[in-house]
Write a protein that binds this ligand. Structure first.
Ligand SMILES: Nc1ncnc2c1ncn2[C@@H]1O[C@H](COP(=O)(O)OP(=O)(O)OP(=O)(O)O)[C@@H](O)[C@H]1O
Length: 312
């Protein structure tokens, strides 16, 4: 059974269709990347799952029921706009959220301390949130979303604002939640995180689904590039859309870069070479990255490109 099932979801605000006939589902233990450019409709979708806003049409099922604040006990959510109550200690904040989710205070406190220890913040458990750095406060907020061991964990841009060590820590937490059977949905603009973590991903553009599937399927959506060294003219091979002859290596050997036509498997080009006695000294396949797929299907976004360069 799906933990989350969204069918034909539409959300219209005045003058804007924020979510446009969106359908997808997420199963227990699955890590699902919810990707899209700025304003694609990601946060709006997550808010509808949480019953913070209501759909214009379509249906959402969370653990078999329509969205309802009572589902909160089974959900963990890290909102995009961070912010906890300054004036409250880290551990009291986590206990507060645990209690909102129906936990006994002692259980929430034990679980909170366990999380703070894992997040290297045990010595700051009694510190006021207002006295913490932005990244530290973000880790406390992450702990509030994990305190109840949710069956559905939804993280909106969880990596932004974290240093590389803490980004690694967050990746581990996402894997840990998935291993214990939680369905995890996260949005990000940084494709490397999605590439490392996602079992499946969805690309959203202006509220509409542009792609849904595995990382392999996403990368296969763009033609591959091959780099080879050969004596023959490789531009004539069937399936090669464009070929560039590169550096000469003597005795007629040249580097070649081959851009394949859509849907052509690099293996068929290699088979053609061996069947036709085309000698090769080098053969490297370069598949499209998720970044390439994102830019192609969702459109380049200057903010995203800058963030991805920063993260690379
Ligand atoms: N309360 C609202 N009233 C009117 N329009 C809204 C409201 N909330 C969101 N929108 C619009 O809906 C669209 C989708 O916004 P949303 O915040 O869901 O995008 P997002 O994918 O989360 O973007 P980002 O990556 O920039 O956070 C945008 O055009 C936004 O302006």
């Amino acid at each position: 059974m799906s933990v989350l099932k969204i069918s034909n979801l539409v959300k219209r605000f005045e003058g804007v269709v924020a979510v446009d006939d969106l359908s997808f589902s997420v199963s227990p233990g699955e890590i699902f990347g919810f990707l899209g450019g700025n304003g694609a409709g990601k946060t709006t979708t997550l808010r509808m799952v949480l019953d913070i806003i209501r759909p214009t049409s379509g249906t959402i099922s969370v653990l078999g029921s329509p969205p309802d604040r009572r589902n909160a006990q089974a959900i963990g959510f890290l909102p995009e706009e961070r912010g906890l109550y300054a004036g409250m200690s880290a551990i009291d904040t986590i206990v507060y959220f645990g209690r909102l989710k129906g936990m006994k205070p002692a259980d929430a406190r034990n679980r909170g301390m366990e999380l703070l220890t894992r997040f290297d913040l045990a010595d700051r458990a009694k510190s006021d949130i207002g006295d913490m750095s932005k990244g530290m406060a973000q880790k406390v907020q992450l702990a509030t979303s994990l305190v109840n061991d949710p069956e559905l964990l939804m993280l909106d841009e969880p990596f932004s604002g974290l240093d590389p060590v803490n980004q690694g820590l967050l990746e581990n937490e996402i894997l840990r939640a998935s291993h214990r059977g939680a369905a995890v949905i996260f949005s990000t603009h940084v494709m490397q995180h999605a590439e490392r973590l996602c079992d499946r991903l969805l690309l959203l553009r202006k509220g509409r689904k542009r792609f849904e599937g595995t990382l392999d399927k996403a990368r296969a959506a763009l033609p591959a590039r091959l780099v080879a060294m050969a004596k023959s003219d490789l531009s004539l091979i069937p399936g090669v859309a464009r070929a560039e002859r590169g550096e000469a290596h003597g005795d007629g050997w040249h580097d070649w870069t081959l851009h394949l036509s859509d849907g052509v498997d690099p293996a068929t080009v290699l088979e053609h070479c061996s069947a036709n006695a085309i000698a090769l000294r080098r053969w490297d396949e370069h598949r499209a990255s998720l970044h390439d797929v994102f830019v192609q299907l969702v459109g380049a976004d200057p903010d995203q490109a800058a963030m991805e360069r920063e993260a690379a």
